[in-house]
Design a protein around this ligand. Structure first.
Ligand code: SF4
Length: 347
């Protein structure tokens, strides 16, 4: 499957043409005959066709918006970093449970920001403000940035920028595998690459338009050989028939393939893991059902516990006994297959 994204239509903010990347991309899409139109704001795209929520959603996933990211500062980004680094918004993947289906609403068109140099200058200021502490930036808070990298080169620039920052660190997470352009950069160990993983069965059923676990693990092996700090996010953890066996198999496969790919000095203790159990809000459930009416995602409120979240709305999480069983199992899998690795958090 060729996962290199090509949009069906492109919008651009006129101001984006003042930046070399914006001009280059608009010229390029015109040249390859993809419809290109101006828009007054990257936050307001009107006229996406589609007579149902699902059709509009899929149309938006094929729409690229070239914009300029404004604002004095960056949003905060707990628990993985101090700030978001906004390189892109949304992604061409179509994971049924994607949190962006809730936060971006029914039109998750893909936005790229061409003022990357200004964004990195802003990051520099934020790093200065927190000295002598180290400041962490997350490059995937509202997107998967890898699928747009072949157009923007923004990850490459960011990784090299953070490579030069004694007190600045960068991290991002991806489900995608086009990492070759990032392997030979001067990262100086200041960027942590994380791959989002799940069992093949979950990927097959719910993560449409994304690479297999096997290919993600292969890409992780390349990243490891390139000397980057590496981590994995296992999310969303879903209880299904045989879930324990399937997830342990995922850890076993990961350990075996990373061992084969790793440099001689590799220690599993250098890896990080983040664990996120499946949860849903009422709004997310209704959005998902609008887009995927036949979904088999487990979203029965009666079998979950309702929990208020930090943003003022509640989510349905696994009940405490099941949650504890998941936590104990995943920590055991990690310790068994990656002795000494760090669990950053479990939610
Ligand atoms: S890859 Fe990530 S950002 Fe893209 S649709 Fe899937 S969950 Fe959402």
């Amino acid at each position: 499957m060729n996962l290199n994204f090509e949009p069906k239509q492109v919008f651009y903010e006129p101001e984006a043409l003042n930046y070399p990347l914006g001009k280059k991309l608009v010229d390029y899409f015109r040249q390859i005959k993809i419809p290109v139109k101006a828009t007054s704001s990257h936050n307001r795209i009107t006229g996406l066709s589609g007579d149902t929520a699902a059709k509009t959603y899929f149309e938006a996933k094929k729409t690229l918006v070239i914009g300029v990211k404004r604002g004095k500062t960056f949003q905060t980004c707990k628990p993985s970093a101090h700030y978001q680094l906004p390189l892109t918004t949304s992604c061409p993947g179509m994971c049924e449970y994607c949190y962006l289906a809730t936060t971006l609403g029914a039109r998750p068109y893909i936005r790229i920001y061409v003022n990357i140099n200004e964004l990195l200058e802003k990051a520099q200021t934020l790093i200065q403000e927190r000295l002598p502490e180290i400041t962490y930036f997350e490059g995937a808070a509202v997107s998967d940035p890898i699928p747009m990298e072949h157009y923007t080169g923004s990850l490459r620039k960011s990784i090299e920028f953070f490579g030069r920052q004694p007190q600045g660190r960068f991290r991002f997470v991806t489900k995608f595998t086009d990492v070759d352009s990032l392997l030979n950069l001067e990262h100086h160990g200041h960027t942590r690459f994380r791959f989002s993983l799940n069992c093949e069965e979950i990927i097959r059923n719910y993560e449409h338009g994304t690479p297999s676990a096997e290919n993600r693990i292969k890409a992780a092996g390349k990243v490891l050989r390139a000397g980057y700090p590496l981590g994995f996010i296992i999310a969303p953890i879903i209880r299904f028939e045989n879930w324990m066996d399937q997830y342990e198999k995922l850890f076993a496969d990961l350990a075996e393939q990373l061992k084969a790919a790793s440099p001689a000095n590799f220690s599993p203790a250098a890896l990080t893991f983040e664990f996120i159990t499946h949860r849903f809000s009422s709004r997310a459930k209704s959005n998902i059902l609008n887009i995927y009416p036949q979904t088999s995602l487990p979203m029965d409120e009666a079998s979950r516990k309702f929990k208020f979240g930090q943003f003022g709305y509640g989510k349905y999480v696994y009940p405490p006994v099941e949650m504890e069983e998941i936590k104990t199992s995943f920590l055991a899998f990690m310790n068994r297959h990656f002795p000494g690795a760090k669990a950053k958090y479990f939610i």
